[in-house]
Design a protein around this ligand. Structure first.
Ligand code: FNR
Length: 367
């Protein structure tokens, strides 16, 4: 069957993958309310397209932290991609550089920073989880720098792992033939089987729950790479992140895998954008599955978006070709959305091209 949209890969992945792996990729926390809301919220934002504009040429290129990319669609960090496909993170790295965009490599990748770098040129960011042992962190950051990674995405929403009930039921753990490659030499690459989620136990044992704003400053003393704070969803934290020296903010609820009943990221975006006051770029991840979603995020002030699950599901289905296809489909849909909205460049996408629930009065006839 021909694949015509990104979402279709999920069902194929479900059929192909062992249940433990599929559930780990697909799940959200607890009631999974936020998981559904991350998608549903996009459907409550409608377009106000402009017509009769020459859209024969559309430019989707943009610059992120000084790096020119082909489109504002990037790859979020998702852990353990070799569970989806033997080539795992290599395939994702190749697909994203072929598409001319940025890949973020997870701390918990099943390929190391050096291995991913060896796949060839490409603009890559490194996602960081802060371990209790700060020597581990400092070493890893140095290795990422040396391997040519261009920024650190510091994940700040995970002092403990969210309660993902499927992982508890399945006793989720990393399959024995794989390791968290970045930590292999440090004796932290394996995940023990636990009597709940093996990952939740690993996090409880290794990840630093004391992490606070001062550590964002500490991180800047050990690296000159720009730091994106990943997991901000309020104006208050936006201001603190900027004060702490963040080079950018990623509005993220971790794909609804951490605190359930936080709003969809697309609902939180505008608050963050307003608080950032243009001082740093704001990005979004969570539930982006269509080119129209990308457009909506940009209209609300995002400088770009990241995709998570579509990458692991398409990897499972078709490896590198699947990830390429996902990026291509999103690019084509986004280009079409721009054309049908009368926007020829990202700069032309404005707040007036959409209407949200919180702009209700606009929908009423003028008196
Ligand atoms: C993630 N995410 C994540 N985030 C992070 O900072 N480090 C990580 O290692 C992971 N691992 C991970 C694994 C899997 C299977 C998923 C689904 C997610 C969160 C990820 O970066 C991103 O925030 C969300 O995936 C975005 O939402 P969508 O696109 O999956 O809806």
């Amino acid at each position: 069957m021909e694949i015509t949209n990104v979402m279709e890969y999920q069902e194929i992945a479900k059929q192909k993958l062992p249940k433990m792996v599929y559930d780990y990729y697909a799940s959200g926390a607890e009631d999974q309310w936020t998981l559904q809301e991350n998608r549903h919220a996009f459907s409550r934002i409608l377009f106000r397209p402009r017509i009769l504009i020459d859209v024969s040429k559309i430019d989707m290129t943009t610059t992120v932290l000084g790096f020119k990319i082909s489109m504002p669609i990037m790859i979020a960090p998702t852990a353990m991609q070799k569970m989806a496909h033997p080539e795992g993170e290599y395939a994702t790295a190749r697909a994203s550089s072929a598409a001319g965009t940025i890949m973020t490599l997870s701390s918990w990748a099943t390929s190391s920073v050096e291995e991913v770098a060896s796949t060839g040129p490409g603009i890559r960011f490194f996602q960081l989880y802060v371990y209790k042992d700060r020597n581990v962190v400092a070493q890893l950051v140095r290795r990422a720098e040396r391997a040519g990674f261009k920024a650190i995405a510091l994940t700040v929403d995970t002092p403990r792992l969210g309660r993902r009930e499927a992982d508890i039921k399945n006793r989720f753990t990393l399959p024995p033939f794989l390791t968290l490659k970045n930590f292999e030499g440090l004796d932290l690459g394996k995940m023990d089987k636990a009597d709940d989620s093996g990952l939740a136990s690993y996090v409880a044992g290794q990840i630093d729950r004391t992490l606070s704003w001062k550590d964002v400053q500490w991180l800047q003393t050990i690296t000159s790479l720009p730091i994106l704070v990943k997991g901000v969803i309020t104006a208050e934290d936006t201001r603190l992140a900027i004060q702490a020296g963040a080079a950018g903010i990623i509005v993220s609820n971790h794909g609804a895998r951490q605190l359930d009943y936080v709003p969809a990221t697309i609902m939180a975006l505008e608050e963050v954008v307003k608080a950032a006051q243009g001082r740093v770029p704001v990005f979004l991840d969570g539930g982006v599955r269509r080119g129209t979603d990308v457009f909506k995020a940009l209209a609300l002030g995002a400088s770009g978006i990241f995709i998570g699950r579509p990458v692991v599901f398409s990897l499972a289905a078709e490896g590198e070709a699947g990830v390429r296809k996902v990026l291509e489909m999103l690019r084509d849909e986004f280009e079409l959305t721009m054309a049908l909205s009368g926007c020829r460049s990202l700069r032309e996408i404005t707040r007036d091209h959409i209407v949200t629930e919180w702009d209700r009065p606009r929908l009423l006839p003028r008196l």
